[in-house]
Write a protein that binds this ligand. Structure first.
Ligand code: RP5
Length: 278
């Protein structure tokens, strides 16, 4: 499973069993004790789903497509490893979700068999007037949830470039994410995940000086309904998309532990007050 320098792991997936995009069929029930592939589940018969948009983007037929061929035997290199470690495969060679059963077979809305890699730039600032800590957040167009402005790593792209590119495309803000602190690298409990395709991410955190943050002009990109500095209240953190709640908490705890040039004594008190309640 995924890990950070702080030993953070995302283990028992929940959204990947109990949530789904509207176009997916109902997930086959997977109780906690039957999540693990090594535990036999004789009656397990999840519905198969691959989205038409994934089939249209089959890169073996469409030169600008971003998806693998539907027939797994035609995939040039089936992944054997991911950030989660060595992967298991089923009888026909499909990689198995390292967090266990999800109640859906096939790739759903995800293009790659196995891990689908993303990058998540976590950008925070202190709002001294409101005595709050805020995160640059986007409202996702697909489900209306607030989220870190992350996105998919393009083929052959360095993840630090993806972090900066996604930030720019989704929020209009240009920052050098190379300076960000690594918060997490691993599995994401995403509602799109299936038994054979899932999200994994690299999350980096940059905490900005309030004056610098104030000067930045925000502009929502095409995947976002809105972009804003979201006040990080316990409720706002808890309801973030996918595993973003865990990633943001890890970023805040990391910030609480380090000496940061942009953090005054008062800023530290604001952060400590939030960490106490989340
Ligand atoms: C999540 O999906 C990742 O953490 C990342 O934020 C996001 C990438 O997917 P898209 O925003 O490109 O749909 O699992």
């Amino acid at each position: 499973m995924g890990e950070t320098e702080m030993g953070l792991t995302i283990t028992l997936h929940v959204k990947a069993r109990f949530e789904k995009p509207a176009e997916y069929p109902e997930r086959f029930p997977v109780p906690d004790q039957l999540v693990n592939w090594e535990t036999p589940y004789p009656g397990y018969l999840p519905p198969y789903y691959v989205s038409p948009v994934v089939l249209q983007n089959d890169s073996s037929r469409n030169p600008s497509g971003w998806a693998d061929p539907e027939e797994v035997a035609l995939v040039p290199e089936i992944p054997q490893r991911s950030f989660s470690g060595t992967l298991l495969h089923d009888a026909i060679g499909r990689p198995l979700n390292p967090a266990g059963r999800t109640g859906i077979a096939g790739r759903g809305l995800l293009g790659k068999w196995g891990p689908n890699y993303a990058a998540d730039p976590i950008i925070t600032r202190i709002n001294r007037h409101e005595r709050s800590i805020e995160m640059l957040a986007v409202q996702r167009r697909d489900n209306g949830q607030w989220a870190i402005p992350g996105g998919m790593v393009d083929k052959g792209e360095e993840v630090s470039r993806t972090l900066a590119r996604e930030l720019r495309e989704e929020t209009g803000v240009t920052l050098d994410m190379g300076a960000g602190r690594l918060v997490y690298q691993g599995y994401v409990d995403d509602p799109r995940n299936s038994d054979h395709a899932w999200m994994e991410t690299t999350a980096k955190h940059l905490h900005l000086d309030p004056e610098m943050a104030e000067r930045m002009e925000l502009q929502a990109g095409s995947d976002a309904r809105a972009v804003l500095w979201l006040p990080l209240t316990p409720e706002n953190i808890r309801t973030l998309y996918a595993s973003h709640c865990t990633l943001v908490k890890a970023a805040l705890f990391g910030l609480g532990r380090e000496e940061h040039p942009a953090m005054s004594h008062c800023d530290r008190e604001i952060l400590a007050a939030l960490l106490k309640v989340c």
